[in-house]
Design a protein around this ligand. Sequence first.
Ligand code: EPZ
Length: 417
Amino acid sequence: MAEYVINGGRRLNGCIEIQGAKNSALPILAAAVLCREEVILHNCPIISDTDTCIKILRYLGCSVYRDGHTVSVDSRNMYRYDIPAELMREMRSSIVFMGAILGRMKKAEVSLPGGCELGPRPIDLHISSLARMGAEFEEGHGTISCSTEKGIHSSEINLAFPSVGATENIILAAVCSDSTVTVTNAAKEPEICDLAEFLNKCGARITGAGEGTLYIEGVKSLSGTQHIIIPDRIAAVTYMSALSVCGGRLLLKGISPLCLRGTANAFEQSGMLADYDKEGLHISADGVPERVRLVRTMPYPGFPTDAQAPVMAMSCFARGTSVFVENIFESRYRHVSELCRMGANIYVQGKVAVVEGSRDISGATVEAKDLRGGAALVVAGLGAGGRTVVKNINYIERGYEALEENLGNVGADIIKM
Ligand code: EPZ
Protein backbone atom coordinates (compact mmCIF):
# COMPACT_ATOMS: atom_id res chain seq x y z
CA MET A 1 0.00 0.00 0.00
CA ALA A 2 1.35 3.43 -0.98
CA GLU A 3 1.95 6.10 1.64
CA TYR A 4 2.82 9.79 1.93
CA VAL A 5 5.96 10.80 3.85
CA ILE A 6 5.70 14.39 5.06
CA ASN A 7 8.22 16.58 6.88
CA GLY A 8 6.08 19.32 8.37
CA GLY A 9 6.68 22.93 9.26
CA ARG A 10 7.33 24.29 5.76
CA ARG A 11 5.55 27.47 4.64
CA LEU A 12 3.52 27.31 1.39
CA ASN A 13 3.90 29.85 -1.40
CA GLY A 14 2.70 29.64 -4.98
CA CYS A 15 -0.25 28.66 -7.13
CA ILE A 16 -2.48 25.57 -7.21
CA GLU A 17 -4.93 24.81 -10.02
CA ILE A 18 -8.07 23.41 -8.36
CA GLN A 19 -9.22 20.11 -9.93
CA GLY A 20 -12.66 19.45 -11.39
CA ALA A 21 -15.25 18.37 -8.83
CA LYS A 22 -15.26 14.63 -8.12
CA ASN A 23 -18.89 14.78 -6.97
CA SER A 24 -19.95 16.48 -10.18
CA ALA A 25 -17.89 14.38 -12.60
CA LEU A 26 -19.24 11.08 -11.24
CA PRO A 27 -23.00 11.67 -11.78
CA ILE A 28 -22.33 13.40 -15.13
CA LEU A 29 -20.29 10.42 -16.35
CA ALA A 30 -23.22 8.20 -15.33
CA ALA A 31 -25.65 10.55 -17.10
CA ALA A 32 -23.73 10.05 -20.35
CA VAL A 33 -25.45 6.67 -20.80
CA LEU A 34 -28.67 8.61 -21.47
CA CYS A 35 -27.19 10.57 -24.39
CA ARG A 36 -27.67 9.31 -27.96
CA GLU A 37 -24.63 11.18 -29.22
CA GLU A 38 -21.07 11.59 -27.97
CA VAL A 39 -20.52 13.76 -24.91
CA ILE A 40 -17.17 15.43 -24.24
CA LEU A 41 -16.38 16.39 -20.64
CA HIS A 42 -13.57 18.83 -19.80
CA ASN A 43 -11.91 19.45 -16.41
CA CYS A 44 -12.66 15.86 -15.40
CA PRO A 45 -10.37 15.05 -12.46
CA ILE A 46 -7.80 12.27 -12.87
CA ILE A 47 -8.66 10.26 -9.74
CA SER A 48 -9.46 6.62 -9.07
CA ASP A 49 -13.20 7.26 -8.75
CA THR A 50 -13.41 8.61 -12.30
CA ASP A 51 -11.29 5.64 -13.41
CA THR A 52 -13.92 3.38 -11.84
CA CYS A 53 -16.70 5.26 -13.63
CA ILE A 54 -14.91 4.73 -16.92
CA LYS A 55 -14.56 1.02 -16.18
CA ILE A 56 -18.31 0.80 -15.50
CA LEU A 57 -19.17 2.70 -18.70
CA ARG A 58 -16.95 0.40 -20.78
CA TYR A 59 -18.48 -2.68 -19.08
CA LEU A 60 -21.93 -1.41 -20.10
CA GLY A 61 -20.76 -1.24 -23.72
CA CYS A 62 -19.99 2.47 -24.05
CA SER A 63 -16.93 3.78 -25.89
CA VAL A 64 -14.87 5.95 -23.55
CA TYR A 65 -11.67 7.84 -24.30
CA ARG A 66 -9.68 9.90 -21.81
CA ASP A 67 -7.12 12.46 -22.89
CA GLY A 68 -5.85 14.11 -19.72
CA HIS A 69 -8.74 16.04 -18.18
CA THR A 70 -10.99 15.47 -21.20
CA VAL A 71 -13.20 12.38 -21.30
CA SER A 72 -15.44 11.50 -24.24
CA VAL A 73 -18.28 8.99 -23.89
CA ASP A 74 -20.34 7.45 -26.71
CA SER A 75 -23.08 5.23 -25.28
CA ARG A 76 -24.79 4.41 -28.60
CA ASN A 77 -23.67 0.78 -28.45
CA MET A 78 -24.50 0.25 -24.79
CA TYR A 79 -26.04 -3.20 -24.37
CA ARG A 80 -25.71 -4.18 -20.68
CA TYR A 81 -27.91 -3.01 -17.82
CA ASP A 82 -26.05 -4.62 -14.91
CA ILE A 83 -22.98 -3.58 -12.91
CA PRO A 84 -20.89 -6.36 -11.32
CA ALA A 85 -20.48 -6.22 -7.55
CA GLU A 86 -16.73 -5.75 -7.71
CA LEU A 87 -17.22 -2.54 -9.67
CA MET A 88 -20.11 -1.33 -7.52
CA ARG A 89 -18.02 -1.81 -4.37
CA GLU A 90 -15.25 0.49 -5.58
CA MET A 91 -17.19 3.67 -4.79
CA ARG A 92 -20.40 4.98 -3.24
CA SER A 93 -21.55 6.99 -6.21
CA SER A 94 -21.85 3.85 -8.36
CA ILE A 95 -25.45 3.84 -7.08
CA VAL A 96 -26.35 6.76 -9.38
CA PHE A 97 -25.73 4.46 -12.32
CA MET A 98 -28.96 2.74 -11.22
CA GLY A 99 -31.10 5.72 -12.21
CA ALA A 100 -29.13 6.34 -15.40
CA ILE A 101 -29.27 2.70 -16.59
CA LEU A 102 -32.97 2.50 -15.66
CA GLY A 103 -33.61 5.65 -17.68
CA ARG A 104 -31.79 4.22 -20.70
CA MET A 105 -32.58 0.47 -20.59
CA LYS A 106 -35.83 0.53 -18.58
CA LYS A 107 -34.20 -1.96 -16.23
CA ALA A 108 -31.08 -2.07 -14.07
CA GLU A 109 -29.25 -4.55 -11.88
CA VAL A 110 -26.80 -3.25 -9.32
CA SER A 111 -25.50 -4.28 -5.91
CA LEU A 112 -25.22 -2.25 -2.75
CA PRO A 113 -22.54 0.42 -3.30
CA GLY A 114 -19.19 0.66 -1.57
CA GLY A 115 -17.42 3.92 -0.79
CA CYS A 116 -16.14 5.45 2.42
CA GLU A 117 -17.24 3.86 5.68
CA LEU A 118 -19.05 6.87 7.18
CA GLY A 119 -21.60 4.85 9.05
CA PRO A 120 -24.58 3.09 7.47
CA ARG A 121 -25.10 4.46 3.99
CA PRO A 122 -28.64 3.36 3.22
CA ILE A 123 -30.28 3.84 -0.15
CA ASP A 124 -33.86 3.74 1.09
CA LEU A 125 -34.57 7.22 -0.29
CA HIS A 126 -33.23 6.17 -3.70
CA ILE A 127 -35.44 3.08 -3.80
CA SER A 128 -38.61 4.64 -2.36
CA SER A 129 -38.34 7.57 -4.77
CA LEU A 130 -37.83 5.45 -7.89
CA ALA A 131 -40.61 3.09 -6.73
CA ARG A 132 -42.95 6.08 -6.43
CA MET A 133 -42.03 6.92 -10.03
CA GLY A 134 -43.14 3.45 -11.13
CA ALA A 135 -39.98 1.36 -10.85
CA GLU A 136 -40.48 -2.20 -9.59
CA PHE A 137 -37.74 -3.60 -7.34
CA GLU A 138 -36.49 -7.06 -6.46
CA GLU A 139 -33.74 -7.43 -3.88
CA GLY A 140 -31.77 -10.48 -2.86
CA HIS A 141 -28.25 -11.78 -2.30
CA GLY A 142 -26.92 -8.20 -2.19
CA THR A 143 -28.31 -7.41 -5.65
CA ILE A 144 -31.01 -4.89 -6.49
CA SER A 145 -32.96 -5.34 -9.73
CA CYS A 146 -35.38 -2.71 -10.89
CA SER A 147 -37.47 -2.21 -14.00
CA THR A 148 -40.02 0.18 -15.42
CA GLU A 149 -41.86 -1.99 -17.94
CA LYS A 150 -44.78 0.42 -17.73
CA GLY A 151 -42.43 3.44 -17.89
CA ILE A 152 -41.77 6.20 -15.38
CA HIS A 153 -44.97 7.94 -14.39
CA SER A 154 -45.55 11.53 -13.31
CA SER A 155 -45.20 11.94 -9.59
CA GLU A 156 -44.40 14.35 -6.81
CA ILE A 157 -41.61 13.17 -4.50
CA ASN A 158 -40.82 14.72 -1.14
CA LEU A 159 -37.40 13.65 0.10
CA ALA A 160 -37.32 13.05 3.86
CA PHE A 161 -33.69 14.21 3.70
CA PRO A 162 -32.15 16.29 0.87
CA SER A 163 -30.00 13.35 -0.21
CA VAL A 164 -27.51 14.25 -2.96
CA GLY A 165 -27.43 10.75 -4.42
CA ALA A 166 -31.18 10.22 -4.26
CA THR A 167 -31.77 13.58 -5.97
CA GLU A 168 -29.34 12.56 -8.72
CA ASN A 169 -30.96 9.14 -9.17
CA ILE A 170 -34.42 10.69 -9.49
CA ILE A 171 -33.17 13.14 -12.13
CA LEU A 172 -31.41 10.40 -14.12
CA ALA A 173 -34.42 8.05 -14.04
CA ALA A 174 -36.93 10.76 -15.00
CA VAL A 175 -35.08 12.92 -17.53
CA CYS A 176 -35.85 10.64 -20.52
CA SER A 177 -39.51 9.71 -19.99
CA ASP A 178 -43.04 10.71 -20.95
CA SER A 179 -43.67 12.12 -17.49
CA THR A 180 -43.10 15.11 -15.25
CA VAL A 181 -41.54 14.50 -11.85
CA THR A 182 -41.48 17.13 -9.10
CA VAL A 183 -39.03 16.74 -6.20
CA THR A 184 -39.45 18.78 -3.03
CA ASN A 185 -36.70 18.99 -0.39
CA ALA A 186 -34.23 18.13 -3.16
CA ALA A 187 -30.49 18.51 -2.55
CA LYS A 188 -29.23 21.98 -3.58
CA GLU A 189 -25.48 21.29 -3.86
CA PRO A 190 -23.58 22.97 -6.76
CA GLU A 191 -22.94 19.48 -8.13
CA ILE A 192 -26.71 19.00 -8.58
CA CYS A 193 -26.83 22.26 -10.56
CA ASP A 194 -23.88 21.12 -12.69
CA LEU A 195 -25.65 17.81 -13.48
CA ALA A 196 -28.86 19.67 -14.42
CA GLU A 197 -26.93 22.13 -16.60
CA PHE A 198 -25.17 19.28 -18.40
CA LEU A 199 -28.47 17.46 -19.05
CA ASN A 200 -30.27 20.65 -20.18
CA LYS A 201 -27.46 21.26 -22.68
CA CYS A 202 -28.32 17.79 -24.05
CA GLY A 203 -31.98 18.77 -24.43
CA ALA A 204 -33.41 17.93 -21.01
CA ARG A 205 -36.03 20.11 -19.35
CA ILE A 206 -34.98 20.44 -15.70
CA THR A 207 -35.81 23.57 -13.71
CA GLY A 208 -35.36 24.52 -10.06
CA ALA A 209 -31.91 22.96 -9.60
CA GLY A 210 -30.26 24.44 -6.51
CA GLU A 211 -33.53 25.87 -5.23
CA GLY A 212 -34.89 22.89 -3.27
CA THR A 213 -37.82 22.05 -5.55
CA LEU A 214 -36.91 20.37 -8.83
CA TYR A 215 -39.13 20.00 -11.89
CA ILE A 216 -38.10 17.33 -14.39
CA GLU A 217 -40.18 17.31 -17.58
CA GLY A 218 -39.21 14.10 -19.36
CA VAL A 219 -38.07 14.28 -23.00
CA LYS A 220 -37.86 11.60 -25.68
CA SER A 221 -34.10 11.54 -26.03
CA LEU A 222 -30.94 13.48 -25.26
CA SER A 223 -28.27 14.67 -27.68
CA GLY A 224 -24.58 14.97 -26.94
CA THR A 225 -22.75 18.10 -25.77
CA GLN A 226 -19.46 19.44 -24.48
CA HIS A 227 -19.31 20.39 -20.80
CA ILE A 228 -16.76 21.77 -18.35
CA ILE A 229 -17.00 20.21 -14.87
CA ILE A 230 -17.19 22.79 -12.04
CA PRO A 231 -14.23 23.14 -9.65
CA ASP A 232 -13.94 20.92 -6.58
CA ARG A 233 -14.93 23.03 -3.57
CA ILE A 234 -13.75 20.40 -1.07
CA ALA A 235 -10.31 20.19 -2.69
CA ALA A 236 -10.16 24.01 -2.35
CA VAL A 237 -11.08 23.79 1.36
CA THR A 238 -8.40 21.16 1.87
CA TYR A 239 -5.64 23.37 0.42
CA MET A 240 -6.94 26.31 2.47
CA SER A 241 -6.74 24.21 5.64
CA ALA A 242 -3.16 23.25 4.71
CA LEU A 243 -2.17 26.91 4.27
CA SER A 244 -3.74 27.76 7.63
CA VAL A 245 -1.43 25.40 9.50
CA CYS A 246 1.69 26.09 7.38
CA GLY A 247 1.50 29.83 6.87
CA GLY A 248 2.29 31.60 3.59
CA ARG A 249 0.36 32.76 0.53
CA LEU A 250 -1.40 30.75 -2.18
CA LEU A 251 -3.34 31.49 -5.34
CA LEU A 252 -6.05 28.88 -5.87
CA LYS A 253 -6.87 29.06 -9.58
CA GLY A 254 -10.14 28.00 -11.19
CA ILE A 255 -12.47 28.57 -8.26
CA SER A 256 -15.32 31.02 -7.69
CA PRO A 257 -16.80 32.50 -4.49
CA LEU A 258 -19.54 29.83 -4.77
CA CYS A 259 -16.92 27.22 -3.86
CA LEU A 260 -16.63 28.59 -0.36
CA ARG A 261 -20.31 28.97 0.50
CA GLY A 262 -20.72 27.37 3.92
CA THR A 263 -17.02 27.39 4.81
CA ALA A 264 -15.96 31.03 4.25
CA ASN A 265 -16.96 32.02 7.79
CA ALA A 266 -14.80 29.29 9.33
CA PHE A 267 -11.72 30.54 7.47
CA GLU A 268 -12.52 34.15 8.38
CA GLN A 269 -12.63 33.10 12.03
CA SER A 270 -9.29 31.31 11.60
CA GLY A 271 -7.73 34.63 10.58
CA MET A 272 -7.09 33.69 6.95
CA LEU A 273 -7.08 36.61 4.51
CA ALA A 274 -8.86 35.89 1.22
CA ASP A 275 -9.45 37.95 -1.88
CA TYR A 276 -10.91 37.04 -5.26
CA ASP A 277 -9.85 38.41 -8.60
CA LYS A 278 -9.96 37.18 -12.18
CA GLU A 279 -7.05 34.82 -11.50
CA GLY A 280 -8.84 33.04 -8.65
CA LEU A 281 -8.66 33.11 -4.85
CA HIS A 282 -5.64 34.74 -3.19
CA ILE A 283 -5.23 33.51 0.40
CA SER A 284 -2.66 34.18 3.11
CA ALA A 285 -2.21 32.95 6.68
CA ASP A 286 0.40 33.27 9.41
CA GLY A 287 0.46 29.57 10.28
CA VAL A 288 -1.22 29.86 13.68
CA PRO A 289 -4.99 29.78 13.06
CA GLU A 290 -7.53 31.17 15.47
CA ARG A 291 -10.14 28.68 16.73
CA VAL A 292 -13.35 28.09 14.80
CA ARG A 293 -16.01 28.50 17.47
CA LEU A 294 -18.70 26.15 16.18
CA VAL A 295 -18.93 24.04 13.00
CA ARG A 296 -22.28 22.31 12.35
CA THR A 297 -22.34 20.25 9.17
CA MET A 298 -25.56 20.74 7.22
CA PRO A 299 -26.95 20.17 3.72
CA TYR A 300 -25.96 22.86 1.22
CA PRO A 301 -25.67 25.83 1.63
CA GLY A 302 -24.67 24.92 5.20
CA PHE A 303 -21.16 23.82 6.20
CA PRO A 304 -20.41 20.77 3.99
CA THR A 305 -19.78 17.51 5.84
CA ASP A 306 -16.90 16.77 3.45
CA ALA A 307 -15.07 19.84 4.79
CA GLN A 308 -15.37 18.74 8.43
CA ALA A 309 -12.23 16.61 8.57
CA PRO A 310 -9.75 19.02 6.91
CA VAL A 311 -11.09 21.97 8.93
CA MET A 312 -10.85 19.87 12.11
CA ALA A 313 -7.20 19.17 11.27
CA MET A 314 -6.67 22.93 10.99
CA SER A 315 -8.38 23.53 14.36
CA CYS A 316 -5.96 21.11 16.08
CA PHE A 317 -3.30 23.83 15.65
CA ALA A 318 -5.54 26.76 16.62
CA ARG A 319 -5.41 29.23 19.47
CA GLY A 320 -8.39 28.15 21.57
CA THR A 321 -11.10 25.50 21.42
CA SER A 322 -13.26 24.64 18.41
CA VAL A 323 -16.49 22.61 18.49
CA PHE A 324 -17.77 20.40 15.65
CA VAL A 325 -21.22 18.84 15.28
CA GLU A 326 -21.44 16.23 12.50
CA ASN A 327 -25.10 16.15 11.53
CA ILE A 328 -24.92 14.34 8.19
CA PHE A 329 -23.12 11.03 8.74
CA GLU A 330 -23.19 8.81 11.79
CA SER A 331 -19.54 7.89 11.77
CA ARG A 332 -17.44 10.64 10.31
CA TYR A 333 -14.87 11.05 13.08
CA ARG A 334 -12.61 8.13 12.14
CA HIS A 335 -9.74 10.59 11.59
CA VAL A 336 -9.92 11.70 15.27
CA SER A 337 -7.97 8.75 16.68
CA GLU A 338 -5.23 9.28 14.10
CA LEU A 339 -5.05 13.04 14.79
CA CYS A 340 -4.77 12.25 18.53
CA ARG A 341 -1.82 9.97 17.71
CA MET A 342 -0.10 13.19 16.55
CA GLY A 343 -0.83 14.89 19.86
CA ALA A 344 -4.14 16.56 19.03
CA ASN A 345 -6.56 17.15 21.92
CA ILE A 346 -9.95 16.03 20.60
CA TYR A 347 -12.89 14.76 22.66
CA VAL A 348 -15.81 13.08 20.86
CA GLN A 349 -19.26 12.50 22.37
CA GLY A 350 -21.78 11.28 19.80
CA LYS A 351 -22.11 13.87 17.04
CA VAL A 352 -20.00 16.43 18.93
CA ALA A 353 -16.21 16.79 18.77
CA VAL A 354 -14.37 19.33 20.95
CA VAL A 355 -10.90 20.30 19.71
CA GLU A 356 -8.48 22.10 22.05
CA GLY A 357 -5.91 23.71 19.83
CA SER A 358 -2.24 23.06 20.58
CA ARG A 359 1.22 23.92 19.30
CA ASP A 360 2.52 20.49 20.29
CA ILE A 361 1.28 18.53 17.32
CA SER A 362 4.08 16.22 16.21
CA GLY A 363 4.62 13.89 13.28
CA ALA A 364 3.60 10.23 13.60
CA THR A 365 2.68 7.22 11.48
CA VAL A 366 -1.08 7.41 10.87
CA GLU A 367 -3.61 5.58 8.69
CA ALA A 368 -6.18 7.04 6.32
CA LYS A 369 -9.55 5.39 6.92
CA ASP A 370 -11.61 7.36 4.40
CA LEU A 371 -11.18 10.00 1.72
CA ARG A 372 -11.60 13.27 3.62
CA GLY A 373 -10.25 11.90 6.89
CA GLY A 374 -7.11 10.89 5.01
CA ALA A 375 -6.78 14.39 3.57
CA ALA A 376 -7.09 15.73 7.11
CA LEU A 377 -4.06 13.67 8.15
CA VAL A 378 -2.04 15.21 5.31
CA VAL A 379 -3.05 18.70 6.52
CA ALA A 380 -1.98 17.79 10.07
CA GLY A 381 1.31 16.32 8.83
CA LEU A 382 2.10 19.55 6.96
CA GLY A 383 1.60 21.61 10.10
CA ALA A 384 3.21 19.21 12.58
CA GLY A 385 6.84 19.23 13.64
CA GLY A 386 8.85 16.31 12.34
CA ARG A 387 7.97 13.41 10.07
CA THR A 388 4.49 12.06 9.38
CA VAL A 389 3.75 8.92 7.40
CA VAL A 390 0.19 8.65 6.10
CA LYS A 391 -0.68 5.06 5.15
CA ASN A 392 -3.51 3.73 2.96
CA ILE A 393 -3.43 6.74 0.67
CA ASN A 394 -5.56 4.82 -1.85
CA TYR A 395 -8.51 6.36 0.02
CA ILE A 396 -7.11 9.84 -0.63
CA GLU A 397 -6.35 9.16 -4.28
CA ARG A 398 -10.03 8.32 -4.83
CA GLY A 399 -10.81 12.02 -4.70
CA TYR A 400 -7.67 14.16 -4.83
CA GLU A 401 -5.75 14.61 -8.07
CA ALA A 402 -1.97 15.08 -7.72
CA LEU A 403 -2.24 16.08 -4.04
CA GLU A 404 1.44 15.53 -3.27
CA GLU A 405 2.61 17.20 -6.49
CA ASN A 406 0.41 20.25 -5.92
CA LEU A 407 1.63 20.63 -2.33
CA GLY A 408 5.24 19.92 -3.24
CA ASN A 409 5.13 22.59 -5.96
CA VAL A 410 4.28 25.26 -3.37
CA GLY A 411 6.95 24.30 -0.84
CA ALA A 412 5.67 21.32 1.15
CA ASP A 413 8.07 18.45 1.85
CA ILE A 414 5.81 15.53 0.85
CA ILE A 415 6.62 12.46 -1.21
CA LYS A 416 4.64 9.38 -2.23
CA MET A 417 6.35 6.07 -1.40
C1 EPZ B 1 -22.75 12.64 -1.52
O1 EPZ B 1 -22.87 11.37 -0.92
C2 EPZ B 1 -21.27 12.87 -1.70
N1 EPZ B 1 -20.72 11.83 -2.58
C3 EPZ B 1 -20.58 12.82 -0.34
O2 EPZ B 1 -19.20 13.11 -0.55
C4 EPZ B 1 -21.18 13.90 0.55
O3 EPZ B 1 -20.60 13.80 1.84
C5 EPZ B 1 -22.69 13.70 0.65
O4 EPZ B 1 -23.27 13.68 -0.67
C6 EPZ B 1 -23.36 14.80 1.45
O5 EPZ B 1 -23.08 16.03 0.86
C7 EPZ B 1 -20.87 11.95 -3.91
O6 EPZ B 1 -21.48 12.89 -4.40
C8 EPZ B 1 -20.25 10.88 -4.76
P1 EPZ B 1 -26.41 11.74 0.80
P2 EPZ B 1 -24.33 10.67 -0.79
O7 EPZ B 1 -27.28 10.79 0.08
O8 EPZ B 1 -25.13 10.97 -2.01
C9 EPZ B 1 -28.55 9.60 4.44
C10 EPZ B 1 -16.89 12.73 -0.43
O9 EPZ B 1 -16.11 12.73 0.53
N2 EPZ B 1 -29.28 8.85 3.42
O10 EPZ B 1 -26.65 13.20 0.66
O11 EPZ B 1 -24.11 9.27 -0.41
C11 EPZ B 1 -27.09 9.16 4.52
O12 EPZ B 1 -26.95 8.02 5.34
C12 EPZ B 1 -18.24 12.06 -0.28
O13 EPZ B 1 -16.67 13.27 -1.54
C13 EPZ B 1 -30.32 8.02 3.81
O14 EPZ B 1 -30.62 7.90 4.98
O15 EPZ B 1 -24.90 11.47 0.45
C14 EPZ B 1 -26.42 10.36 5.11
O16 EPZ B 1 -26.59 10.34 6.51
C15 EPZ B 1 -18.43 11.42 1.07
N3 EPZ B 1 -30.97 7.30 2.85
C16 EPZ B 1 -27.22 11.53 4.53
O17 EPZ B 1 -28.47 10.97 4.08
C17 EPZ B 1 -30.64 7.40 1.52
O18 EPZ B 1 -31.31 6.73 0.70
C18 EPZ B 1 -26.53 12.23 3.37
O19 EPZ B 1 -26.41 11.30 2.35
C19 EPZ B 1 -29.58 8.24 1.15
C20 EPZ B 1 -28.91 8.96 2.10
